[in-house]
Design a protein around this ligand. Structure first.
Ligand code: ATP
Ligand code: ATP
Ligand code: CA
Length: 220
């Protein structure tokens, strides 16, 4: 596991709440803050500390010792003004890693200007991900490495059954590399060229998006 870290989650909507639960699940310490008492009560038994506070109030932030935290996520979605002011105060308090959920592109641009270290768009990103997975039923998951390179997890089709990597000559024909093959719970890292694919396999493939597409269309 990664080193235990201390986080603050500001705003306990569905997004902030989910960030909090996952950090706690990974064993990290999480201070949650919301100005809605009901939300805070809901997380009292989940988070390490839960406080009712208005994050746009500089005194509250100071008295809670937010300076001592390395990571803060501002998950205030609807109230853009509160989100921006909170981010500004956190950067003035010299928090090193301030991540902020943005509602739209203008919000994103302002956040970047005032020093937000990372801006996230959960609805937009998740929408894109769902679209990708719906449109291509071989794709289980993917990671965009850049605009043109990705790592994609593909379900093997019956067309690949019993064929070896060498026979398929995947790297030479398509320019993509199979990094690993998952079969149920077991995972085979850097499979040998004589590995024979079965329909139960998930192929983890790295390459140029165009090449991955060609591999899917022609080999699978
Ligand atoms: P979801 O993730 O559910 O879509 P959202 O992004 O739409 O949520 P909001 O519901 O606008 O977010 O806000 C999330 C939480 O942030 C709410 O619980 C709200 O009480 C809290 N919040 C808003 N302003 C502040 C503030 N100034 N200080 C602390 N908490 C705040
Ligand atoms: P290359 O220059 O393509 O790596 P090679 O002779 O060194 O050729 P081998 O590892 O012997 O490669 O495998 C022969 C062929 O099998 C490769 O050219 C490639 O097309 C395919 N292959 C083997 N392993 C993989 C892999 N992990 N992913 C994709 N293709 C593979
Ligand atoms: Ca929302």
């Amino acid at each position: 596991m990664t080193r235990k870290k201390q986080f603050i989650v500001i705003g306990l909507g569905r997004f902030g709440g989910s960030v909090c639960r996952e950090l706690v699940r990974m064993g990290h310490e999480v201070l949650v803050m919301d100005m809605d008492e009901h939300k805070v009560n809901e997380y009292a038994n989940i988070a390490t500390h839960a406080v009712v506070a208005d994050a746009t109030d500089e005194q509250s932030l100071r008295s809670l010792g937010v300076r001592n935290f390395d990571y803060v996520i501002v998950a205030i979605g609807e109230n853009i003004q509160a989100s921006i002011l909170t981010t500004l105060l956190l950067k003035e308090l010299q928090i090193k890693n301030v991540w902020v959920k943005a509602k739209n592109d203008y919000h994103h641009r302002v956040l970047t200007k005032i020093g937000a270290d990372q801006v996230v768009h959960p609805e937009k990103d998740m929408g894109k991900r769902v679209a990708q997975q719906m449109a291509d039923d071989k794709v289980i998951d993917y990671i965009e490495l850049s605009d043109v390179y990705s790592i994609v997890e593909l379900v093997a089709t019956s067309k690949l059954e019993g064929k070896s990597l060498l026979e398929l000559n995947i790297r030479a024909r398509f320019g993509v590399t199979i990094l690993a093959i998952k079969t149920g719970e077991s995972i085979n890292i850097s499979p040998e060229p004589d590995y024979r694919i079965s329909v139960k396999d998930m192929l983890i493939v790295i390459g140029h998006n165009d090449d991955i597409k060609r591999f899917e269309d022609q080999a699978m």
